[in-house]
Design a protein around this ligand. Structure first.
Ligand SMILES: Nc1ncnc2c1ncn2[C@@H]1O[C@H](COP(=O)(O)OP(=O)(O)OP(=O)(O)O)[C@@H](O)[C@H]1O
Ligand SMILES: [Mg+2]
Length: 282
């Protein structure tokens, strides 16, 4: 049985005032658009700024953050263990390398089969578990990476997250999926802000007019854009080694820009990215 008392609000736990936009949901109804890539890079960027950052892998079907952070062999517990009271927040979270050695911790995902084997109530407990985890870890920022489904993002949007990022690629189909995702999230009780993150942006293709250009994408989308991560042919190989993009790489710079905008800092669109710099501002 789920230990409801353990997860209920406990006055003895100090109410942590998280940063503005501190509880962040990253999602899209479309698979493979770069949700986990964006989530890992933005989390690393926030940690690199000195913020205590927790990133929860809530993709129970194909969680990948432990691989992207190169910590698979250090995963002992997963979120279901925490919900069931089998481990503490400290036991659950795995410390990972972030930019400039900032404090970044991963909450690993259980598989869907394992999670559901504990009973039907488990999904409903996720927002409570995240709330408690955010308090116990004293996170400044808490990022939730989700899979390409609507069930878990909606749960988190209704019960935990206040800021949602929908990710799309440079295609009309993924842009439409992002808009549909944003529409669903805007109906969630907790979500106050929904923003678009364009990933895998190929500027050379845009210049050849074989793919949509950035302004065309931004103008053509109902969701306000929070950032653009450029295409990096070497990214998959880097991620396979359990490494984050190098601090000076365009993806890392763009992720820092997006992280800054989430924090409310105004940053020009391609700030720091010489080849992509434009005069456009958000
Ligand atoms: N900016 C980028 N440049 C090049 N490749 C990228 C970029 N972003 C993501 N990719 C690649 O695209 C693939 C999918 O990325 P990722 O796993 O982050 O997507 P996802 O949306 O989390 O997928 P899923 O729906 O399965 O959770 C990976 O192989 C990743 O390396
Ligand atoms: Mg993913």
């Amino acid at each position: 049985m789920i230990d409801m008392i353990r997860l209920g609000r406990d006055d003895s736990i100090r109410e942590r005032i998280m940063k503005r936009n501190g509880k962040i949901l990253i999602s899209s109804l479309k698979g493979g658009v770069g949700k986990s890539t964006a989530a890992s890079c933005i989390a690393s960027a926030l940690a690199g700024e000195g913020f205590k950052t927790v990133i929860a892998d809530l993709d129970f079907r194909s969680g990948s953050l432990d691989i992207l952070f190169g910590v698979s062999d250090r995963v002992v517990f997963t979120l279901d263990d925490y919900i069931l009271g089998r481990c503490s927040a400290k036991d659950l979270t795995v410390s990972v390398n972030a930019e400039a050695g900032g404090a970044l911790m991963l909450c690993p995902a259980p598989s869907e089969t394992v999670f559901e084997s504990h009973g039907a109530d488990m999904y409903g407990m996720i927002p409570y578990a995240l709330e408690r985890l955010a308090e116990e870890t004293e996170a400044d920022y808490f990022i939730c990476d989700t899979g390409a489904d609507s069930r878990i993002p909606k749960l988190i949007g209704d019960g935990f997250a206040e800021y949602a990022v929908v990710v799309c690629e440079q295609s009309r189909t993924s842009l439409r999926a992002a808009e549909n995702t944003a529409e669903k999230l805007s109906e969630c009780d907790g979500v106050k802000t929904v923003r678009l993150l364009i990933n895998n942006y190929d500027n050379a293709a845009a210049r050849k007019k074989s793919r949509a250009g950035i302004l065309e994408m931004i103008d053509g989308c109902a969701v306000k854009c929070i950032g653009v991560l450029p295409r990096d042919e070497k990214l998959a190989a880097i991620q396979d080694k359990g490494l984050l993009p190098n601090r000076d790489s365009p993806v890392a710079i763009a992720s820092r820009n997006a992280a800054a905008r989430i924090r409310g800092v105004e940053v020009p669109l391609f700030s720091g990215m010489k080849r992509l710099r434009r005069k456009v501002r958000f």
